[in-house]
Every structure is written in structure tokens, then in C-alpha cells.
Design a protein around this ligand. Structure first.
Ligand SMILES: NC(=O)c1ccc[n+]([C@@H]2O[C@H](COP(=O)([O-])OP(=O)(O)OC[C@H]3O[C@@H](n4cnc5c(N)ncnc54)[C@H](OP(=O)(O)O)[C@@H]3O)[C@@H](O)[C@H]2O)c1
Length: 308
């Protein structure tokens, strides 16, 4: 197959691209910079230079592909509209990447929630995440327009990626920040729970969905959960740093931005990937984010934390 991927140099998109190429598929990948385009070409990806705002370019690239994976940005509605328009009536697959902060709450790190969501659970969406939910619904609705549309909603992804950016969002940020400050900082008391999933298992799920997911399907991706207090303590041990420092969410928001403080690091986001296991036979292999941090989190990290 010939697959068009947005975010082809990113952590998620790059990892999927590498796996597709290994399996003999052709990959065209969107990137904004000529420098990244050259690096993508070296990895066997045909670069498409442009941005998510390039409506015609996205629609054209989608229409010429056998399938599309949108892994650049979970919150860019215009890009999704363009990709759908390029695929309308084709019955080809469009996999959109959402993220499980879509059901994140406002715990600000201070309590663990009992709320656990699988694909059948009625969603409770914080107003700050309604726009993301609306994009997910737009993708699912494209099934009615002849697109085999699929939303994959990963939780906190960990593990080394295979794209130009090998780092995920949450844990590498906490680790980079800890190295800079000499102590691990977490939001609030760190009692909030997030589900998590290894990048290799995420890639497996995308490949299964590309091959067999029915039109209009939504899948969570998770295989375990941990509190941010536990994650912070494990990062501290791995990096040889003392203790974990609690930062009030409001202060964290001033330093790190509201999305990161209130949702990525301060909310509860507890999900169960029931449908992917049942319907696609997805069998994630990696079970413990804490073991990964203690044994495999790179001790040397970039001095500038990856962006959220
Ligand atoms: N990592 C996680 O744990 C996780 C979990 C759930 C959901 N998500 C969401 O999934 C999305 C991708 O995450 P990621 O971790 O793979 O991020 P990433 O490593 O930063 O990759 C995103 C890639 O998208 C490209 N991109 C960004 N904005 C673009 C634009 N306006 N036009 C064209 N390309 C653009 C960038 O490539 P160029 O710079 O080459 O253009 C970048 O390499 C994000 O929205 C993230 O919030 C992430």
C-alpha cells in the first residue's frame, strides 16, 4: 500500500512510518521543513513539504494514497477536513490520532479518580477538550461519506520512538525538566492516574487498524496505568535525583502552559482498550511504564524539553 502520513518525522508518525516501510509499504510523509524532508528521504519516506494548513496539498496527497494516517496534531480541525475531502467516497482508511486527555478531568494532580472509560462508556469531556472531541466525532462521521474512518486514542505513550523525534510528550518532558532543575517536579500531589502504552504496541495497533478496522471505529490504546507521583519517583531514581517536588497546578501552568499543567500532567485519564483487543486481536506486549523508566529511560536527554 501507499500510505500518506502527517507528522511523519514525529514520535508517533515516524514510528508508524518505519514499521510500514519494514513491511514493504510505500510511505509519503508531510513535514514543514526542507531539512526534515531530507532526513525523511534518507529513511525511505517520500517527503511532502507543507503544513497542516495547506488544504489543497493535504486533500491531493490523501486522494492519491491508499490510506492516510494523521499523526501530526490531534487538535487541528482544518487538516482533518482536508484529509476527509481527499478521501470522500473512496472507502479508503483514514486513521486520526486523538489523545486520552480528551476525557481528562480537572484534578490538578491532587486526587485519583474512580472514573474509567472504555469505548462504550459515555464520555465526560471537560470544556477545554471539547474541540478535540469534536474533531474525533468529525472523523467518525466521515464513515457516512464513504471514508473508512478510524480514531485511535492513545493514553500516555512511552518508549523510544523510531522517527526523527524519538521522544514522547509527558515522561521525556518531566525528565528533561528534572535534569535542568536537579529535582523531579510533578503537578500537585501527583495522585492523578494516567493509563499508558508502549510506542511499539501503539504501532501494532495502527497496523491492525489500517488492515481491518471498520469504518467509524474508535479505539483507546492502553496497557496499564500509574500515578504521576509513581512516575516522578521512578524518574528520580533513574536519574539519581533526590525526592519529588510538588508544584501547584496554577504555578505549573504559568511555567509550562495550561494544556500541559492541567491536562497532560495534572488530570486523571484512565482508559481501557477493550475494543482493540476484542475486535482487532491487539495484544500489547509491554506492561509496565515504571519498569521502562527504571531500566530504559535515556539518562541523557535533550536540554530543551520536547514540546507538548
Ligand atoms: N506522545 C504521546 O504520548 C501522545 C499520546 C496521545 C496523543 N498524542 C498527540 O498526537 C500528536 C502527535 O504526537 P507526537 O508525540 O508524535 O508529537 P511529535 O513528535 O511532536 O510529532 C508531531 C509531528 O507533526 C508535525 N507537525 C506539527 N505541526 C504541524 C503542522 N502545523 N504542519 C505540518 N506538520 C506538523 C511535526 O513535524 P515537522 O516539524 O517535521 O513539520 C512533528 O514532527 C499530538 O497532537 C499529540 O498531542 C501524543
Amino acid at each position: 500500500m501507499n500510505i500518506f502520513i502527517t507528522g511523519a518525522g514525529g514520535y508517533i508518525g515516524g514510528s508508524i512510518a518505519a514499521a510500514l516501510i519494514e513491511r514493504g509499504h510505500a510511505v509519503r510523509g508531510l513535514t514543514r521543513s526542507q531539512a526534515s524532508a531530507q532526513r525523511l528521504a534518507t529513511s525511505g519516506i517520500e517527503p511532502v513539504v507543507g503544513s497542516l494548513d495547506d488544504t489543497d496539498l493535504l486533500a491531493d496527497a490523501a486522494s492519491r494514497a491508499d490510506g492516510v494516517i494523521n499523526a501530526a496534531n490531534s487538535d487541528h480541525a482544518a487538516a482533518v477536513t482536508s484529509l476527509i475531502s481527499g478521501l470522500t467516497g473512496s472507502h479508503k482508511p483514514l486513521i486520526h490520532t486523538s489523545g486520552s486527555s480528551v476525557i481528562g478531568d480537572d484534578a490538578r494532580g491532587n486526587h485519583a479518580s474512580d472514573a474509567v472509560f472504555d469505548e462504550e462508556t459515555p464520555f465526560v469531556v471537560h470544556p477545554g477538550k471539547q474541540a478535540r472531541r469534536d474533531i474525533d466525532l468529525m472523523v467518525l462521521g466521515a464513515a457516512a461519506a464513504g471514508v473508512r474512518s478510524i480514531v485511535i486514542c492513545p493514553s500516555n505513550i512511552y518508549g523510544a520512538g523510531r522517527g526523527l523525534n524519538p521522544y514522547s510528550v509527558q515522561i521525556p518532558f518531566l525528565a528533561s525538566n528534572a535534569r535542568e532543575r536537579g529535582i523531579v517536579q510533578i503537578v500537585g500531589a501527583g495522585r492523578n492516574l494516567w493509563s499508558n502504552v508502549h510506542i511499539d504496541d501503539v504501532v501494532d495497533l495502527y497496523l491492525l487498524a489500517l488492515a481491518a478496522a471498520p469504518a467509524g471505529s474508535f479505539y483507546f490504546a492502553e496497557n496499564g496505568e500509574a500515578s504521576f507521583g509513581e512516575i516522578g519517583a521512578a524518574i528520580g531514581r533513574r536519574l539519581g535525583l533526590p525526592g519529588v517536588e510538588s508544584v501547584p497546578a496554577e504555578e505549573a501552568a504559568r511555567h509550562w502552559g495550561e494544556a500541559k499543567a492541567y491536562f497532560s500532567l495534572g488530570s486523571n485519564s484512565r482508559v481501557r482498550a477493550v475494543r482493540a483487543r476484542r475486535e482487532l486481536g491487539w495484544a500489547p506486549r509491554h506492561r509496565s511504564v515504571l519498569d521502562w523508566i527504571l531500566g530504559e529511560l535515556p539518562v541523557e536527554m535533550p536540554s530543551t524539553p520536547p514540546s507538548a
